[in-house]
Ligand binder design. Structure first.
Ligand SMILES: [Zn+2]
Ligand SMILES: [Zn+2]
Length: 93
């Protein structure tokens, strides 16, 4: 059965494999045509933000795509490795 795109109102059809995929994954059927879905994916990628934060230990600034929570203690890779090597992971469960 043809779907109507919520963005451009164009009618589009989901192919059988797609229908089966969404059904198997328990996902709602897409409400946008393949073109608009493609556009949306592109814009989502472009909107990806970069966040700058400072290592809590050495103060080196880093860039991440994940927004660090307020008050979260972050370490740079070097300090994190150092921190990990000092902690006996077998005792932390
Ligand atoms: Zn569309
Ligand atoms: Zn550091």
């Amino acid at each position: 059965m043809p779907q109507k795109c919520q963005t451009c109102s164009k009618a589009f059809k989901l192919i059988t494999q797609e229908l089966a995929f969404y059904k198997r994954m328990g996902l709602p059927l897409p409400t946008n045509c393949p073109d608009c879905r493609h556009q949306r994916r592109l814009s989502l990628r472009n909107e990806r933000q970069f966040y700058k934060y400072l290592c809590a230990k050495c103060g080196q600034s880093m860039v991440t795509t994940v927004n660090p929570d307020k008050g979260m203690i972050v370490y740079c890779l070097k300090c994190y490795e150092e921190f990990r090597s000092q902690v006996d992971l077998t005792k932390v469960v």
